[in-house]
Design a protein around this ligand. Structure first.
Ligand code: TRP
Length: 334
């Protein structure tokens, strides 16, 4: 672990089923990053309980997500794949960072405002301090880069501000993280409302393709995708539905959008939708097969969970002890 590689940290919530958008936009692109970075990918279950969860479902989904990480190609020997709740340092550092974060800063977070509006009956303090927990995730591992989408940029900015504030008082304790700008994945939109991002929490089941959807379901959803009445397969803003299908086809086949337009020149939407469905089915097949195999191998997955939690704990504890010392907590007596 004592190498010169830069550190990359990211987390995903195990709420809802992962969509094709999560895969093409994030996961798929993470696979090779371990060559360049020391990578940590957390299943952020502490974040998940800021909204009510069914305990059994949450536990199942967390395991499913971790298994999907591996099935998608993240090598668990080269990437640290672990549950946030298995590393108590996250909660401990989050507490300390709470004492360095202003109410006003948290009040400005647009995600808090959105979620508070959505869960008006349960606007709990955890929902409010969600961003300081996220800052703790990132800073515990001294992450240099964090691959996040535009919706998490505000949280990353806050992380940087809090880290800088802390460093200004106590010296260079935290690495100031930057957004990871590498090969960005495709941004996949809803099949039903192509101006909206494809989301795992969409209430319309036809809007999203889930990673574990069977071929018939994938085909049906593609055929039902909302398009337009232009009748031409062109890659342009005026045709967001067709444009999204081109993006999906392009990400699944590796062909450029211009090539896709050429390939389907003169063809009808019906034929194109079938081709998109087939491309998605083939793109997801290896992941689904690997997932089936892995989920039968309980001992293997358990082993990964244990080893990676130990590794994460080791790194996290190092930072945590340093922070505790800086703020004036008494040394541990050995
Ligand atoms: N808040 C992120 C999301 O909802 C998930 C997350 C938690 C995360 N901790 C993180 C992402 C740390 C990047 C780094 O997408």
């Amino acid at each position: 672990m004592l190498n010169e590689k830069k550190v990359l940290f990211s987390g995903m919530q195990a709420t809802g089923n992962l969509t094709l958008g999560n895969y093409l936009g994030a996961l798929k692109n993470w696979v090779n990053l371990c060559e360049e970075y020391e990578c940590f990918y957390s299943v952020v279950d502490l974040h998940s309980i800021t909204v009510r969860q069914d305990p059994t479902v949450l536990r199942q989904r967390a395991r499913k997500l971790l298994t999907i990480y591996i099935a998608a190609g993240l090598d668990p020997e080269k990437n640290c794949l672990y549950y946030q709740s298995h590393v108590s340092g996250h909660a401990e550092l989050a507490w300390i960072l709470n004492c360095f974060t202003y109410m006003g800063e948290l009040n400005r977070m647009t995600q808090f405002k959105d979620k508070a509006a959505k869960h008006a009956d349960n606007i709990n303090a955890g929902l409010f301090t969600y961003p300081t927990l996220m800052a703790a995730d990132i800073l515990l591992y001294q992450a240099d880069v964090v691959p996040v989408g535009i919706d998490q940029m505000q949280h990353l900015e806050l992380t940087r501000d809090v880290a800088q504030r802390f460093n200004a008082v106590y010296g260079d304790v935290f690495t100031i993280p930057e957004v990871y700008i590498g090969k960005v994945g495709a941004k996949i939109m809803s099949l039903q409302e192509p101006l909206k991002k494809m989301s795992k929490s969409d209430e319309n089941p036809n809007a999203s393709i889930y990673l574990m959807d069977d071929p018939d379901t994938i085909m049906r959803k593609c055929k039902r995708a909302v398009t337009d009445s232009e009748g031409q397969i062109l890659y342009r803003e005026e045709q967001p539905g067709i444009r999204n299908l081109i993006d999906i086809y392009s990400a699944c086949t590796g062909k450029k959008p211009e090539e896709v337009v050429k390939e389907f020149d003169g063809k009808g939407y019906g034929d194109f939708k079938v081709a998109v469905g087939e491309a998605v089915v083939s793109a997801l097949r290896p992941l689904q097969e690997r997932y089936e195999e892995l989920s039968k191998d309980k001992a293997y997955i358990d082993g990964i969970i244990k080893a990676n939690a130990e590794k994460a704990n080791y790194v996290a504890t190092k930072t945590l002890r340093k922070v505790q010392r800086k703020v004036g907590f008494p040394d541990r007596v050995r």
